[in-house]
Design a protein around this ligand. Structure first.
Ligand SMILES: Nc1nc2c(ncn2[C@@H]2O[C@@H]3COP(=O)(O)O[C@H]4[C@@H](O)[C@H](n5cnc6c(=O)[nH]c(N)nc65)O[C@@H]4COP(=O)(O)O[C@H]3[C@H]2O)c(=O)[nH]1
Length: 805
């Protein structure tokens, strides 16, 4: 029970409901009691008056005849005695006896100011005739009655007050004990209720019996506790949700990609920190603007309009837009970004806004352009390479057809290059090639093209000729330009060149044949004696004959078991331990001797023979890998080259699976090397076959990376595991800073795409240091081992097995 002072204080300060209620109860009960008491007092008072009244009647009936007799007999003494008798009666204070005719006898007195009641009756003598003797007036003093009345009122008021007081105290106590204090507890609980004490339930100071639980107080306190529990659950859930939202918003805010969220009308609602970093636009300043109209430059906004219109349409139709965009930073600087735009859908699938993810790909683009340049230009001389030269030749032929002009095609080969390379070293050889390309270029007009085809072979394209003669003049000029000595390693060296010329359209109207003819003419020139040129003549088609001969020999080579696989180890760059081997095809022909793949694979491709040869290679390679496992007890992977023609054959996947099952080799030990050229057509079939092979668990690698298309963005679209950097790049890593940074960029970018990197053509120890430092995963090259026949490879393998722990 709360202490009295506190209660009183509360009563004074707030007059709680309980007290107000009680006050009213007391008021009403007192009023009722008073009314009842008043009624009772009044009835007692009336009774007293009636009593006096009836006493008067008794006096009349009892004394009338005796007084009459005494009066008739004039017995004054008796009369006086009788009147004294009447006066002695209670309350009778005064008697007045009127005697006929005019005398009176008075006894007693009427106190002054007292209330009285009088009663008069006649005194009659009953003889023959009734004779009035007088009249007696009896006066009663009502003071006693009033005194009685006062005492009664006093007693009743006192008892009623005490009764009411004690009953009230009892009611107050009962109400306070059973109701009010619990209400106060609830009120205090509710007032002090906060998130800090959410876990503390409301408890009342009373037994927790079922009947108590079911009364009003019990139900209200249970309701309050249920409300607290619900609130507590809601708070827990809200806290969890808030934590999740905080986590997500932090993730978005700190995302390495720029994130912009737009509303349904494509008005920016949010942009993260990366976006500000990338574009220079402050997130707050662009809220409400269209993502394509952030710039204050109206020209830029206009240029963007079409792009964003097509983005909007595609997102609505297809559900996603992604592409590479050349954007502008706030300071006007241009940069490349990869954008992905998707709708943000609600649970009904309706777009409530749009999400724009951006990634700065400027560096990648720069390297792609550099790679593209590498793919089209010869790194050493800066001249167009074979690919670009063939493109230019095709263009020149198309133009010549339109203009009805001629095109001269020249094949050049340095006569003693190999000797110089071997004796003076590679650097001297490189310098010679650079100088030779300068000398050739200086003989040509701007419309002509000079390209390095590889090694010491150059191609010159002379468009817009009127006849073969100008080509001869150019050839002579080149020969003249070659005459002065070259200074290599401080030594003067004389280098000559042989030039073969074929003319479009007289020699052929096909670029491939023209090249072959120019090549044949160049051999003729060499045969004639070095430092000369020769025009193609039909007799030189002998070369084509050779080609035919080679084809027919190749057709029989499989059944005559002339093919052989060589194996070159692929090692872990960091440890130098063998990880896999690449299968390299050799053709042992009794007439032609050992033919290297570069010579016969293109022909096998052209003729389609590569399909059966390739199947044989796969079968042999898989068996070899199984054998190594048997011999060494370790998993050694095997890489097999696959040419585009072979890959596109409808039975290719089946052939691969067959080879695996025949040899019992685990699919993840087989890696298929595919050149970038294959990806160029970007066909759905290519992607489908690659995915199917990937699903089978076979590893896929991009071979000769950097010599073809070199678009890293394409690597993302295909399930490749490995990227093989072409040997030309590895050759440069320790020679030029540009070469080193390019290889670093390729390694980093490939790693960021989750690809394993293999460096091809590692010949020097310094290269291995560089690759190790840059985190290149695997390496392959003469530094570790040249390609070896199967038996030699087994010996090498046993000698270089990784140590088992
Ligand atoms: N300069 C230098 N060269 C090195 C070094 N290490 C390895 N090589 C050579 O680089 C080539 C690597 O093979 P690839 O790029 O796949 O290039 C291969 C591949 O594209 C193709 N090839 C070989 N075997 C097959 C085959 O079974 N099927 C198909 N479709 N193509 C094949 O022929 C190409 C040439 O093969 P190979 O003459 O055996 O030439 C091999 C190898 O002998 C080095 O340190 N320095």
């Amino acid at each position: 029970m709360p202490k009295l002072p506190t209660r009183l204080q509360r009563f004074r300060s707030g007059s709680p409901l309980s007290f107000r209620l009680l006050a009213w109860i007391l008021l009403f009960s007192s009023a009722f009691t008073l009314i009842a008491s008043a009624i009772q007092i009044y009835s007692d008072y009336s009774k007293d008056l009636d009593q006096i009244d009836s006493r008067m009647q008794v006096i009349e009936s009892g004394y009338a005849s005796s007084l009459s007799r005494s009066l008739w007999a004039l017995d004054q003494k008796l009369l006086q005695t009788q009147m004294e008798g009447i006066l002695s009666l209670p309350d009778i204070t005064h008697l007045r006896l009127g005697i006929e005719p005019d005398s009176e006898l008075v006894m007693g007195e009427i106190p002054r100011g007292a209330d009285t009641q009088s009663h008069s009756f006649d005194l009659i003598h009953q003889g023959d005739k009734a004779f009035k003797l007088g009249e007696l007036t009896v006066t009663a003093n009502l003071d006693r009655v009033y005194q009685n009345l006062k005492v009664k009122i006093g007693i009743i008021l006192a008892t009623q007050f005490l009764k009411t007081f004690f009953v009230s105290m009892l009611i107050i106590w009962v109400f306070q004990h059973f109701v009010a204090r619990h209400l106060t507890t609830m009120a205090n609980y509710a007032r002090d209720f906060s998130l800090a004490n959410l876990s503390t339930p409301l408890t009342l100071d009373r037994p927790d019996t079922p009947s108590q639980q079911n009364d009003e107080i019990g139900r209200v306190s249970e309701a309050i506790n249920q409300m607290r529990e619900r609130l507590s659950d809601d708070m827990v859930r809200q806290k969890k949700d808030a934590a999740e939202i905080h986590k997500f918003s932090m993730a978005i805010e700190q995302s390495p990609s720029s994130v912009v969220i737009c509303d349904r009308q494509w008005r920016v609602e949010f942009a993260n920190h990366k976006f500000t970093q990338l574009t220079g636009y402050d997130a707050k300043s662009i809220v409400g603007r269209h993502p394509g109209a952030l710039s204050d430059n109206p020209m830029e906004v206009r240029d963007n309009r079409q792009l964003w219109q097509s983005i909007r349409l595609q997102v609505q139709r297809v559900g996603v837009w992604q592409g590479e965009v050349n954007s502008t930073r706030r300071n006007g600087e241009r940069f490349w970004e990869q954008l992905i735009v998707t709708p943000i859908k609600d649970s009904d699938g309706d777009a409530t806004g749009y999400l724009i993810l951006g990634e700065d790909i400027s560096i990648r683009k720069r390297y792609e352009q550099q790679l593209l340049r590498q793919a089209n230009y010869d790194i050493l001389t800066g001249l167009p390479n074979r690919m670009l030269a063939l493109d230019r030749l095709k263009l020149a032929l198309a133009q010549a057809r339109r203009e009805d002009s001629m095109v001269g095609v020249m094949f050049l080969d340095l006569d003693n290059f190999k000797h110089i390379n071997d004796t003076l070293g590679h650097d001297a050889g490189d310098n010679l090639l650079i100088e030779a390309s300068r000398r050739i270029s200086s003989c040509l007009r701007g419309t002509s093209t000079v390209a390095r085809l590889g090694g010491d072979e150059f191609l010159v394209i002379l468009p817009g000729l009127t006849g073969p003669e100008p080509a001869s003049q150019v050839a002579e000029r080149i020969l003249d330009n070659f005459r002065p000595a070259y200074t290599l390693n401080g030594q003067e060296v004389f280098v000559t060149t042989s030039i073969g010329i074929a003319i479009f359209p007289s020699d052929s109207d096909n670029s491939g044949t023209l090249l072959q003819h120019a090549d044949a003419a160049m051999y003729q020139a060499k045969r004639q004696g070095k430092s000369s040129f020769a025009h193609f003549t039909p007799e030189m088609s002998e070369v084509s004959h050779e080609r035919l001969q080679m084809e027919s020999r190749m057709r029989r080579a499989l059944e005559l078991h002339e093919f052989e696989l060589y194996f070159q180890p692929i090692v872990d760059t960091a440890t130098g331990e063998v990880s896999a081997a690449e299968a390299l095809l050799r053709w042992n022909n009794p007439v032609m001797g050992m033919v290297m793949p570069d010579r016969f694979i293109p022909l096998a491709e052209e003729t389609g023979l590569i399909i059966s040869i390739g199947a044989w290679v796969l079968e042999e390679a898989c068996h070899a890998a199984t054998r190594w496992k048997d011999i060494t007890g370790q998993d050694i992977g095997i890489s097999v080259n696959v040419s585009p023609r072979q890959f596109r054959d409808s039975g290719f996947t089946k052939t691969v699976m067959q080879a695996l099952s025949n040899s019992n080799l685990a699919p993840d030990l087989l890696e298929l090397e595919i050149t970038e050229r294959l990806l160029l057509d970007n066909s759905i079939e290519t992607a489908e076959i690659l995915r199917e092979l990937d699903r089978e668990g076979i590893r896929l690698s991009v071979d000769d990376f950097g010599t073809g298309y070199s678009a890293l963005s394409y690597l993302k679209s295909y399930p490749f595991d490995t990227l093989k950097i072409d040997k030309t790049f590895i050759h440069d890593v320790t020679k030029t800073p540009g070469g080193a940074s390019l290889v670093c960029a390729i390694i980093n970018m490939a790693h960021s795409l989750g690809l394993t990197i293999i460096a091809e053509g590692v010949e020097e120890e310094s290269q291995t240091h560089f690759l190790k430092q840059e985190g290149c995963d695997l390496s392959q090259g003469y530094f570790y081992s040249r390609p070896l026949p199967a038996d030699d490879f087994t010996v090498w393998l046993k000698a270089h097995l990784p140590k088992q722990t």
